[in-house]
Design a protein around this ligand. Structure first.
Ligand code: MG
Length: 251
């Protein structure tokens, strides 16, 4: 069931989204060679708590971190670890959110660790661009399929794999609400986008095959071919015009 939000609820979602975006940027600033993913997670956790909010991924279905931190071939749901040390040339996706006054924020970005290959930079840039292209279709009166079709066409035409097994989603009093927002689809199909809907759009893009598998830890999703993946996400509110970005990270 899709829950439309009132104006007041959207302002609460904006507060949660701002805290989520600030925590993401603080975590991203800590990314450098020699830092563990646990240290990055701690920065995010402390930032969110200092704002009077709660890390909404922590303990979600038993997830042990504030942030999902996924390195190189890890697509999503990487578990922060003291033993996982970032190295020059890695790429690291950080996905996190905050629960504030009963409402959720959710956002993600992929960061370079020191100098990275041109190939990795191109993957990051394309994924970032595909988010903006998807969001340009997140307009009242459109359909959910418009978003996924645009993301998919952009990435596949550049030779990348678009993850099918995980999708964006509605956001509100629950972290994951209806409708699912896939990064593939058919323009003109799917749920109608209506003002008051709040959704997370989150392209997960692979350098090679779109296929993924889950590691034995039960969480970490990796590319089936071991090639790098990138992930960007914003929570947005649908209006009659351009969508209203509730997680205003800048990179
Ligand atoms: Mg999400």
């Amino acid at each position: 069931m899709i829950v439309l939000k009132t104006r007041r609820e959207i302002e609460l979602l904006r507060d949660a989204g701002r805290i989520s975006a600030e925590a993401l940027m603080a975590a991203g600033e800590a990314v450098k060679p020699g830092v563990s993913t646990w240290e990055i997670d701690e920065i995010a956790r402390k930032y969110i708590l200092r704002q009077g909010a709660k890390p909404n991924f922590l303990h979600y279905n038993g997830f042990p971190g504030t942030a999902c931190i996924s390195v190189n071939e890890e697509v999503i749901h990487g578990i922060p670890s003291r033993r996982k040390i970032l190295r020059e040339g890695d790429i690291v996706s950080i996905d996190l959110g905050a629960l504030y006054k009963g409402y959720h924020g959710d956002n993600a970005a992929t960061f370079a660790v020191g100098r990275i290959s041109d190939e990795a930079q191109r993957l990051i840039d394309t994924t970032r661009e595909s988010l903006d292209i998807g969001l340009s279709k997140a307009v009242g009166g459109g359909r959910v399929g418009d978003i996924g079709a645009a993301v998919c066409e952009y990435c596949e035409s550049r030779g990348y794999g678009v993850v099918r097994d995980y999708t964006g989603h509605g956001v509100g009093r629950d972290l994951h609400e209806d409708p699912p927002v896939p990064n593939y689809g058919t323009a003109g199909r799917g749920a109608r986008l209506l003002p008051g809907m709040v959704i997370a759009v989150e392209p997960m893009i692979n350098m090679g095959t779109h296929e993924v598998r889950t590691l034995a830890d039960g969480w970490t999703v990796v590319t089936a071919d071991g090639k790098y993946a990138a992930h960007f996400e914003r929570t947005v509110a649908i209006t009659d015009k351009a969508c209203d970005i509730l997680t205003p990270w800048t990179l």
